[in-house]
Design a protein around this ligand. Structure first.
Ligand SMILES: *Cc1c(COP(=O)(O)O)cnc(C)c1O
Length: 434
């Protein structure tokens, strides 16, 4: 096995202090580990087969793609919701049109409005920030830690009497450290909104992500775990929050159980039956997909586990994460760049943390751009005085500049993961010893 051979060669080189025994890096003219570069692809679509096709055909044949003109026991969207709630171990699930829609619905359900503050990580997707702004609330950024998720130790200093919600975002397959976050929320009587968009199917200490906070949301867009191209879901076990969410997502109409609450001027984020059918088929494959990616990630983790000085991304629950990327940290941004260049030459490219944006340093966010200039988010004294920009996320910028990882794919073969291991074993010691 090539990785074992490289390991022995590297070990021999280390013992003898001899440069000759170490394999020549492809970046220095050596033979690359792979001729054809290892490349990923979106996960869910690789599993499309007759199951999704049949679901779509059934909707076509029904000539009835609007969810609420189908009976509850026939609607594919309703079936998807039932199975999704069961998978996430929550009482309720609500299907919506996107993860962004789910966040917007969650803001309304949690009654986030002008004057309310929401704490969110400085590294996450635009939708997390934009939906707080849309609600008229004030986003307050927290630093991340080496899990790339919100640092629980950064949260308490940001809490004010106006704080209403902590947004725990589970990024790139890795659960946020929920125990301390839930503890802080309880102590200060705050709501917790979990965003599991990049970690659908992952768990924290045996609990599905999204099931621990007051509300969990997910994106089912093409780059996430399972997908119909677009789609989203919201889960909760609180009937009050569920009904508020249902009403908001359907222009206040409450169609399938007797209404307890009054009017909420909501929008239309209803899912259609085509999307529901594809997502139902995909949901039934969720554990296969994440089982496949976890198996591949574990092979790679196992194959590099003994590398000296390999500094892994922090995993609050290694059993619960998906293994989206095998991220290693370096001392400097320059050292990471040398690693990335050398890995690319070996045919096993690595990527920095991705799929999110360092929001406080986006110029328009730093300038507090809103839909129209006089927006409630920034018109209060507190809103006027809050400062975004580098000063609120220096550590986030530093951490993200120093990590890089081989991205995993559920369909990688044993050969692919062996090549990934061989390349890391070949390159990493050369970079960190230099
Ligand atoms: C993708 C994503 C969203 C938004 O989902 P869409 O379905 O694209 O609207 C929200 N939060 C996070 C963390 C995401 O990665």
């Amino acid at each position: 096995m090539v990785d074992r051979r490289d390991f022995l060669a590297a070990a021999a080189a280390a013992v003898m202090g001899s440069a000759e025994a170490a394999p020549q890096l492809a970046a220095n003219g050596g033979t690359p580990v792979r001729a054809k570069p290892l490349g990923g692809a979106n996960w869910g679509p690789q599993y499309y087969d007759g199951k999704e096709q049949r679901q779509l055909e059934e909707v076509l044949e029904s000539r009835n793609p609007f969810r609420f003109s189908n009976p509850l026991d026939k609607s594919k969207v309703a079936l998807f919701e039932n199975e999704y709630a069961a998978r996430m171990q929550t009482k309720y699930a609500l299907a919506v049109t996107s993860g962004t829609a789910a966040l917007h619905v969650a803001m309304a359900a949690l009654e986030v409005g002008p004057g309310d503050e929401v704490i969110l990580p400085a590294w996450t997707w635009y939708s997390c920030y934009n939906t707080v702004i849309q609600a008229g609330g004030l986003p307050v950024f927290a630093e991340i830690d080496e899990s790339f998720n919100i640092d629980p130790k950064a949260i308490e200093a940001l809490i004010t009497p106006q704080t209403k919600v902590i947004m725990a975002v589970h990024l790139q397959g890795n659960p946020a450290d929920m125990d301390p976050i839930l503890g802080i929320a309880r102590k200060h009587r705050l709501k917790v909104l979990e965003d599991g968009s990049q970690s659908v199917g992952a768990s924290y200490q045996g609990k599905p992500l999204g099931s621990m906070g007051d509300i969990g949301i997910y994106s089912l867009q093409q780059s996430k775990t399972i997908t119909a191209g677009e789609g989203g879901a919201l889960v909760t076990s609180d009937p009050y929050l569920y009904e508020r969410a249902c009403r908001f997502h359907d222009v206040t109409v409450r169609r399938d159980f007797p209404s307890k609450l009054g009017f909420i001027p909501g929008l239309n984020y209803r899912m259609n039956e085509f999307t529901g059918g594809v997502l139902l088929a995909q949901l039934r494959k969720l554990d296969t997909i994440i089982g496949d990616v976890r198996r591949n990630a574990r092979r790679v983790y196992g194959g590099i586990g003994d590398l000296p000085d390999a500094h892994r991304r922090h995993l609050p629950d290694p059993d619960g994460e998906l293994g989206t990327g095998i991220f290693l940290g370096f001392r400097t941004k320059e050292e990471r760049q040398r690693y990335a260049d050398a890995m690319k030459a070996e045919g096993v490219p690595v990527a920095g943390p991705g799929g999110s944006v360092i929001l406080p340093i986006v110029p328009e966010i730093e300038q507090k751009v809103t839909v129209t200039p006089r927006w409630p988010s920034f018109s209060s004294d507190r809103g006027k005085s809050i400062r975004y920009g580098r000063e609120c996320c220096a550590r986030t910028i530093d951490i993200l500049s120093r990590f890089a990882g081989v991205m995993m794919n559920p369909k990688y073969t044993e050969r692919d993961t062996a090549d990934a291991i061989a390349a890391v074993r070949k390159v990493h010691p050369a970079i960190v010893r230099a």
